[in-house]
Design a binder for this molecule. Structure first.
Ligand code: CA
Length: 378
């Protein structure tokens, strides 16, 4: 089997109501889907997480090398592509482009061998993956606590046992939101917070101290991703676990985080940190360091499927026991018209859990009509 073409599909969709996290407003969602075609008719799908048009340019450039190659040589191709831009792209958009390609190659490998990816990566540790609800973003409405609590209860009623709230809007504002949501959902539901690196260590610690009594599962990206000492300072000052990693890349980037023990939980995005090949290595490294692994997911059903495939083989965070603490899937509950439309059978949690698909590759079928319908204007 040989690769005949690599396509980059930039997709976009307007939102019915804009929403914000600590650094910007979203009025539309963009996606970058990778399609790898082969001479025996199989197609592999992948996704990049990053600035869609730049990721597409990287994928098209890397694709010129891939045409004519054997797609099953995922390890060889990863290193060849990485080496091509090593001097200019050890982190960021180059690795994001490489990630989408790597996922598509694993999808192809599974289809060629008639096995789901998780079977090729060690076989399932679990048949279902527990999901937590990502949402609780800010909207342009007067009473934040009202709609945040309403959404939190909706997630709880859908069966989610944990959810994540956006913070980073100023300490006083965050404290109000955290306590309102905790009071609404009660003590039994997991609640995590995510600042998207809106703070420095001083402000993050101020916030943390005022919400330590709210049983926070983790404090995500309290400080900028490159500030490892800042993460470590927050971690040392608070009883709340620190999570980070959606802006980190490859096993080499995560090695520094792990060696510094700057976080309790690392969160590589498979569509950005180097794909499934690299995600598996990073998960294994986390295990060696005694650090939890909870991949970041912010994409379409392709990205969700990739995360589910890897989470199927990641061991429980605690050693085998009668009360294992299992890794969780990040499940974005915000509006994303492309996310479900792209899959012929959307991935939807039932009682807060996603069944690991048994079909070959990623275990999904992409609806080509959606690629046309949501094609970005430029
Ligand atoms: Ca995040």
């Amino acid at each position: 089997m040989k690769i005949t073409a690599v396509h980059a599909h930039v997709l976009e969709a307007q939102l019915s109501e804009p929403f914000a996290y600590s650094r910007m407003w979203y009025a539309k969602r963009m996606s970058m889907i990778v399609e790898v075609a082969t001479d025996d008719g199989l197609t592999g799908w992948g996704e990049c997480y990053g600035p869609a048009h730049i990721n597409a340019a990287v994928v098209r450039e890397l694709g010129t090398f891939l045409v004519g190659q054997d797609p099953l040589r995922t390890e060889y191709l990863w290193h060849e592509l990485y080496a091509r831009f090593r001097d200019h792209g050890q982190k960021g958009v180059v690795i994001q482009g490489l990630s989408g390609i790597d996922i598509a190659l694993w999808d192809l490998k599974g289809k060629a061998l008639g096995q789901p990816i998780h079977r090729l990566m060690g076989g399932p540790v679990r048949e279902t993956v527990q999901a937590y609800a990502t949402g609780l973003y800010r909207r342009d409405r007067p009473n934040h606590a009202a709609y945040l609590c309403e959404e939190a209860l909706e997630s709880r009623d859908l069966g989610f046992t944990a959810m994540k709230l956006k913070v980073g809007f100023g300490v006083a504002d965050d404290v109000r939101a955290v306590h309102a949501v905790r009071a609404a959902i009660g003590p039994e539901i997991g609640l995590m917070i995510d600042a998207n690196h809106a703070y420095d260590a001083v402000e993050a610690i101020r916030l943390g101290r005022r919400i330590e009594d709210a049983d926070i599962g983790w404090f995500e990206e309290p400080v900028p991703p490159e500030d490892l000492d800042g993460h470590a300072a927050v971690k040392a000052a608070l009883s709340i676990p620190v999570a980070t990693g959606e802006c980190e890349f490859t096993r080499i980037g995560f090695r520094a985080l792990l060696e510094r023990r700057a976080a309790d939980i690392i969160q590589p995005d498979l569509c950005a940190a180097g794909g499934l090949s690299e995600g598996k290595k990073i998960a294994d490294m986390a295990l060696a360091f005694g650090v939890r692994f909870a991949p970041h997911v912010w994409g379409t059903g392709v990205a969700v499927a990739a995360a589910v495939q890897l989470l199927a083989v990641v061991p429980a965070w605690t050693p085998p026991s009668l009360s294992p603490v299992e890794p969780m899937l990040e499940f974005d509950r915000t509006e994303h018209p492309v996310r479900s439309a792209l899959l012929q059978t959307p991935i939807a949690p039932v009682n807060g859990a996603v069944a690991v698909p048994a079909g070959p590759g990623l275990g999904i079928e992409v609806d080509r009509d959606a690629l046309v319908r949501f094609k970005a204007d430029r």
